[in-house]
Write a protein that binds this ligand. Structure first.
Ligand SMILES: NC(=O)c1ccc[n+]([C@@H]2O[C@H](COP(=O)([O-])OP(=O)(O)OC[C@H]3O[C@@H](n4cnc5c(N)ncnc54)[C@H](O)[C@@H]3O)[C@@H](O)[C@H]2O)c1
Length: 277
């Protein structure tokens, strides 16, 4: 075996059975394309049926082994049933990306780096509604719990598997433009990842998290697509630009493949240095 063969084997994901929640857009779609583009069989679960249909159609036309189901990760019974169906088709579940997430509306300070940053009355704590708080926790924390639980149920008997949760730089750093439910949910998801890694390690299952910084996706109404926003943000990011889903390809493949087989319980920040200060 040559050194080149070894490197290829180390990062191989060919034939793996993979599920990505929130896989029809942004970061989840990026994970899906990175894995399916290297020969994995990947199913997206997403609450948006139109996007599921459009993206599955586009990727199948490109020759990728991709499927999709419309579902809401807050419906735990539907999630369990869908995971069971997919795993029956694949034979086993190798990789689960618990990625679905929503933004939380405004925080108590407006704007982003490099702007005037006024206080935002509707983002103030006393204006935070139960409905807004609960929905963010339901999707970004409880949805992660239910997704990881479903994966563990299938992976434990096989004594192996990779679980990857999308947390956020916001799990460790308070950003006042982001509503506090999001910060709490992501910090909860990060610590839940530690607990799951500790529990599942004895079954050969690794559990890690990817914590992105500022990535251009459709979250929060897609405000990150605006050139002006990207230019301002770029000034606050040491690598001098905002991130795109493709910037996460390498880390997604690394955490899904044998290259990361002795890494568990880790949250890896991928933010161009934004979190450094
Ligand atoms: N974009 C960023 O800068 C950034 C930074 C840190 C973390 N994240 C996290 O990355 C993950 C992906 O977000 P994104 O930025 O790609 O946003 P996005 O809106 O582009 O994609 C999120 C996808 O999740 C789906 N989704 C939302 N609620 C769902 C539910 N209840 N059930 C199933 N699917 C659901 C949406 O339909 C969408 O397709 C989220 O967990 C988000 O918190 C994003």
């Amino acid at each position: 075996m040559t050194a080149g063969d070894h490197a290829r084997d180390l990062f191989a994901v060919q034939g793996l059975g993979v599920i990505v929640t929130g896989g029809a857009s942004g970061i989840g779609l990026g994970y899906l394309e990175a894995l399916a583009g290297r020969g994995a069989r990947v199913t997206m679960f997403d609450i948006d049926p139109q996007r599921v249909q459009a993206e599955v159609g586009r990727l199948r036309l490109a020759g990728l082994d991709v499927a999709g189901e419309a579902l809401d990760v807050t419906d735990h019974a539907a999630l369990d049933a869908a995971v069971d169906r997919v795993v029956r088709g694949y034979g086993k579940l190798d990789v689960m990306f618990a990625n679905a997430g929503i933004d939380s509306g405004p925080g108590f300070i407006g704007g982003w780096a490099g702007e005037d940053r006024p206080r935002v009355p509707e983002g103030a704590l006393e204006r935070y509604t139960d409905e807004r708080w609960n929905r963010v926790i339901e999707v970004n924390l409880n949805g992660v719990f239910a997704t990881v639980r479903a994966a563990a149920r299938h992976m434990k008997p096989n004594r192996g598997g990779r679980i990857i949760i999308t947390t956020s730089l916001a799990s460790r750093k308070v950003e006042p433009a982001i509503g506090s439910a999001y910060l709490a949910a992501k910090a909860g998801a990060a610590h839940f990842m530690h607990a799951a890694a500790l529990e599942l390690g004895g079954f050969g299952i690794t559990v890690n998290a990817i914590a992105p910084g500022f990535i251009v996706t459709n979250i929060g109404g897609g405000h990150a697509h605006a050139a002006q926003v990207q230019q301002r943000m770029a000034r606050a990011i040491p690598l001098g630009r905002v991130g795109f889903p493709a910037d996460l390809d390498g880390l997604a493949v690394f955490l899904a493949s044998a290259a990361s087989s002795y890494i568990t319980g880790q949250e890896i920040v991928i933010d161009g240095g934004w979190g450094l200060g």
